[in-house]
Write a protein that binds this ligand. Sequence first.
Ligand SMILES: Nc1nc2c(ncn2[C@@H]2O[C@H](COP(=O)(O)OP(=O)(O)O)[C@@H](O)[C@H]2O)c(=O)[nH]1
Ligand SMILES: Nc1ncnc2c1ncn2[C@@H]1O[C@H](COP(=O)(O)OP(=O)(O)O)[C@@H](O)[C@H]1O
Length: 192
Amino acid sequence: MADLNRARLTVLSGPSGVGKGTVVAEVRRRHPEVWVSVSVTTRAPRPGEVDGEHYWFVDRESFDHLLDNDGLLEWAEYAGNRYGTPRGPVEEQLRAGLPALLEIELQGARQVRERAPEAQLVFLAPPSWAALVSRLAGRGTEHPEVQERRLALAQAELDASGEFDVVVVNDDVARAADELVGLLTAPPPAGP
Ligand SMILES: Nc1nc2c(ncn2[C@@H]2O[C@H](COP(=O)(O)OP(=O)(O)O)[C@@H](O)[C@H]2O)c(=O)[nH]1
Ligand SMILES: Nc1ncnc2c1ncn2[C@@H]1O[C@H](COP(=O)(O)OP(=O)(O)O)[C@@H](O)[C@H]1O
């Protein structure tokens, strides 16, 4: 995957439960060299989530300290928790001429678009609303009331999919992963 060696920033967004984590895991299973940013979050870890691997799990005070010290490239409050991308590792990656992938929500994607207009914004969409509802429920990691909160946000996120450069439909994990790999290896648009 030598042609992945370009300093390109790619953002993957999409509603909770659409399969972002699953598709990114499949991409990394095939291409372990794909670098994915590890976010900080104030959300509690789910069973099986490992600190420093899925997220850096921090308290609100540590999060705000990072934020106040310009340590975050972007951040957002989502369903009652804060999430942010540590700035240093992403900048290091891009400075080294290597691509970086961020898996973040809509408000964060908008901040990246403003700060790094050359970034590639990819939206992962469900094949249908019913599929999204059943995936979120089927994952079984959130209480029904938290699922409801996430589905309310999902509707607004789906409405904003037109702001993204590309929409990938997660009908099938292998197919969606193929498409994402294609985007990660596509040459960036010619500069001015
Ligand atoms: N803006 C922003 N969003 C993030 C970041 N990390 C994760 N998210 C998003 O926050 C939302 C909630 O994440 P999470 O609680 O892990 O739920 P899940 O995506 O449904 O598994 C998802 O849309 C993530 O993509 C980040 O660093 N910044
Ligand atoms: N293409 C797909 N078809 C069917 N189920 C899927 C697909 N992609 C993901 N899932 C399932 O949907 C649920 C949510 O996926 P997850 O990756 O946790 O979503 P996200 O990270 O976007 O919140 C998981 O139980 C996962 O196994």
